[in-house]
Design a protein. Structure first.
Length: 132
């Protein structure tokens, strides 16, 4: 006799949802520790620009972004599995979640990777282009 829930394909998703939750909690604690306590609460735009020029912090932010989007998408998909009973509408809803999630991941990754610090904090001279 087959036991309920065995082979349903949701065990990995359920387990990985818990793992990403722990990772996100740890990342949040480290974020507050490094940026708000060890940095004496002095977080400004120039400091963020400077930090994001280093490949280590770009990698950390990309991993945090990917983990957060996966965690959020999986949470929505778990609810879709509970409330969408017709296979067609379930497929449409899950596909929409993944398309939106991948779009957000792509937009966020492009922002983090391509972030270059222009002379953003300098007031341009009259007639000068502001990003020169």
């Amino acid at each position: 006799m087959r036991q309920p829930g065995i082979g349903s394909g949701g065990a990995f998703d359920w387990f990985f949802q818990r793992i990403t939750g722990v990772v996100l909690f740890a990342a949040l604690v480290l974020h507050f520790l490094f940026l708000h306590y060890l940095n004496a609460g002095q977080v400004d735009a120039q400091g963020v620009w400077d930090r994001l020029q280093h490949p280590f912090w770009k990698t950390v932010d990309l991993l945090f972004l990917a983990t957060a989007i996966y965690h959020g998408a999986q949470g929505v998909i778990m609810n879709i599995r509970d409330y969408f009973h017709k296979p067609f509408w379930r497929l449409v809803a899950v596909s929409a979640v993944w398309v939106i999630g991948l779009g957000l991941l792509l937009a966020g990754a492009m922002t983090i990777i391509n972030l270059r610090a222009p002379n953003f904090f300098r007031i341009p001279a009259p007639g000068e282009h502001p990003l020169n």
